[in-house]
Design a protein around this ligand. Structure first.
Ligand code: HEM
Ligand SMILES: Cc1cc2nc3c(=O)[nH]c(=O)nc-3n(C[C@H](O)[C@H](O)[C@H](O)COP(=O)(O)O)c2cc1C
Length: 595
């Protein structure tokens, strides 16, 4: 067992061009005198084997902003104070000894950010499963809690009514032994892992973002910079990860038919997505738990999207709350919200109303995740895994393992017939996410959705489903009416074009959209060429999931900006080399699809 003290460096606001000026996760060791720039944990983190199975690796590599329990007032507290004791300096104080005394009782108390909570009544309702809390009762669990929960999770209505806030932790007067007993314990392996992360982040700080020249580089550089748990969560896909890999490789089956000498100096890749302007035909697909990769989490994506003019779709399982993200929103910045429909419909209805109140510009309702897929990289690192994935239990954690926790509230009985119900609650455009067949694309249209996102969740759900690009091809073949008329034509050479060689952009096919409907696609999109291929085949825009998670993990907002810069220059380059100036000039005949 190794013991150590932990002090966390707070994020710095400075930014510079082309260099990583804000590398997160580089923790400063064993000092208590980081005045100003750092915030200090009320207690040092004690590291020892085996207690925080599987989760400690990531907690060690995340910055933590902790309030210091600095106003010791002995309230003489020993029992359960009134529910909802005031947080901050004025409320009651709880002695460390009182917390430790609960260890061998039926009561479940935890310390989070210098505050003590009694979660006894509620622990079995915890969406992340009860085990993670029960295994760490009478501990300061801040380091597990922070990266997985919005920072306002314990405030106001977000605090479940059966979780009791008991008061501030009183550290003064406590013995060193008691302080140590309150600390989380982490193994030597995990300590080494943290060192690995620290070195990788230092190295990136030295080299700067210039070494990252494409989206795959972000993944390459992110891996050593992430804790094992964060890496497994982001990179993992279902079962053998066949769909994840084929999503990307499918784009190799599409080749370009470029025209030359086309005056392309003024190429432009701006567009609109669901009526909102976007600098690129590309949005940030919703992906949960951005804080696992960077302490500012989804806010990096929000700011990066604002600074570069692209659209972010916020995950229902974001680690920052939608209110926090909304607060970081630039004036007029478009944002989409991804919806998991809760099995308690009143909870879902509340969420939809909230999203409306906050002025989200589209709701992406995910349909391909009634339960979570079996993501084995993730499961292997989560020691709490107890049974097969995919279980549907009333309470999370019963048979599902922690990796299934994300889907604990999701209604597995969600049905096409529910779309009119969602529609009745909001006028915001509705996009159905997770469409994988032409039948479902047609159903989405019939049931009144405004668009679809062809997606298999980045291969994280049903493994060996077809790559997303094949679904787009199926829609082209069997339901071309869902695409804009000019994208309904055949791919490859149209003999008609030999009669008018100068006409690079063939005329639109006759026809119109019965009503506006947009088709998007995500999964495995890493290159500007991938984006342009999807657009030639009729997609209005594409989504990128992991790429942006890795980008924000590597360098926060700057990472996101850098990623957008890479994609933008690749898209513009592709347009120019294809002989096209505008996205609206793209046509299916500009690509060929290998069968
Ligand atoms: C006390 C109030 C707490 C509340 C209201 C709360 C709430 C939640 C919610 C809503 C989620 C689901 C996240 C999502 O799907 O977006 C979650 C997940 C999680 N919670 Fe908590 N939590 C609390 C305490 C804790 C504590 C004390 C711990 C650790 C000891 C903890 C560890 C976790 C973990 C590890 C997950 C994620 C599981 C996964 O990603 O697989 N939580 N919690
Ligand atoms: C770590 C991670 C978390 C995700 N979380 C969500 C989510 O909360 N909701 C959702 O609808 N899709 C989620 N997705 C799927 C993405 O929205 C998107 O469909 C997928 O990442 C696209 O594939 P790509 O990562 O190859 O770009 C997640 C994907 C990843 C990798």
């Amino acid at each position: 067992m190794s013991l150590r003290q932990l002090t966390i460096r707070a994020p710095q606001a400075s930014r510079s061009v082309g260099r990583v000026s804000r590398i997160p996760h580089v923790r400063q060791r064993a000092t208590s005198s980081h005045a100003g720039a750092s915030t200090r944990s009320p207690l040092p983190l004690l590291v020892a084997a085996g207690v925080v199975t599987g989760l400690s690796a990531y907690l060690l590599s995340n910055q933590i902003r902790l309030e210091e329990a600095n106003t010791p007032v002995d309230s003489g507290h020993t029992g359960k104070p009134a529910k909802g004791a005031k947080r901050g300096n004025q409320g009651p104080m709880v002695k460390i000894k009182d917390v430790l005394d609960k260890k061998n009782s039926d009561d479940v108390w935890v310390v989070i950010k210098g505050e003590v909570y009694d979660v006894t009544e509620w622990v079995h309702d915890h969406p992340g499963g009860p085990e993670i809390i029960l295994n760490n009762k009478s501990k300061d669990v801040t380091h597990i809690f922070n990266p997985r929960h919005p920072s306002d999770q314990l405030e106001g209505e977000n605090l479940p009514t059966t979780v009791h806030h008991l008061g501030m932790l009183q550290t003064e007067g406590a013995s060193e032994e008691d302080k140590e007993a309150l600390m989380l314990k982490v193994s030597k392996d995990e300590e080494d892992d943290e060192e690995r992360v620290r070195k990788a982040r230092e190295k990136m700080e030295e080299t700067g973002l210039g070494v990252i020249v494409n989206m795959k580089d972000f993944e390459k550089f992110a891996e050593p910079m992430l804790s094992k748990v964060a890496w497994a969560y982001y990179a993992s896909a279902a079962d053998d990860e066949i769909t994840k890999n084929s999503n990307a490789s499918a784009y190799q089956n599409v080749t370009f038919r470029p025209r030359i000498l086309q005056r392309v100096a003024k190429a432009d890749c701006t567009t609109t997505i669901m009526g909102k302007e976007s600098a690129l035909p590309l949005f940030i697909s919703p992906a949960a738990m951005a804080k696992l990769g960077h302490p500012d989490g989804e806010i990096n994506l929000t700011k990066g999207a604002a600074n570069t003019g692209i659209i972010q779709c916020i995950s229902s399982n974001a680690s920052c709350s939608v209110e926090e993200i909304n607060a970081a929103r630039a004036p007029g910045q478009p944002l989409f919200f991804q919806l998991y429909v809760n099995r308690k419909r009143e909870v879902a209805a509340e969420l939809i109303k909230k999203v409306d109140r906050l002025g989200m510009d589209a709701i992406m309702m995910t349909g391909d995740a009634p339960v979570g897929g079996k993501r084995e990289r993730d499961l292997r690192l989560k020691g709490e895994f107890e049974g097969p994935a995919g279980g549907v239990s009333e309470k999370s954690g019963e048979t599902q393992g922690v990796s299934q926790a994300m889907f604990a509230g999701v209604d597995p009985d969600l049905h096409w017939d529910d779309i009119p119900w969602v529609r009745s609650l909001t006028d915001t455009p509705i996009i159905i996410k997770g469409v994988q067949t032409v039948e479902d694309a047609l159903l989405a249209y019939e049931r009144g959705a405004d668009g679809i996102l062809i997606s298999n969740h980045g291969g994280r759900q049903l493994d060996t489903t077809r790559p997303c690009l094949d679904v787009l091809l199926e829609i082209r073949k069997h339901a071309p009416q869902l695409l804009r008329p000019e994208f309904r034509g055949d791919t490859g050479l149209n003999p008609e074009s030999l009669k008018n060689l100068a006409q690079v952009v063939p005329p639109s096919r006759p026809g119109k959209m019965e009503r506006p409907f947009e088709v998007y696609i995500d999964g495995g999109i890493n290159r500007g060429t991938d984006v342009v291929k999807a657009l030639c085949l009729g997609a209005n825009a594409v989504g990128v999931g992991r790429g942006f998670l890795f980008a924000q993990s590597v360098a926060g907002v700057e990472g996101v900006e850098h990623a957008v810069g890479i994609l933008q220059s690749e898209i513009l380059l592709t347009l120019r080399l294809l002989g096209v100036n505008k996205l609206s000039e793209l046509r299916p005949s500009m690509v060929e699809v290998k069968s």
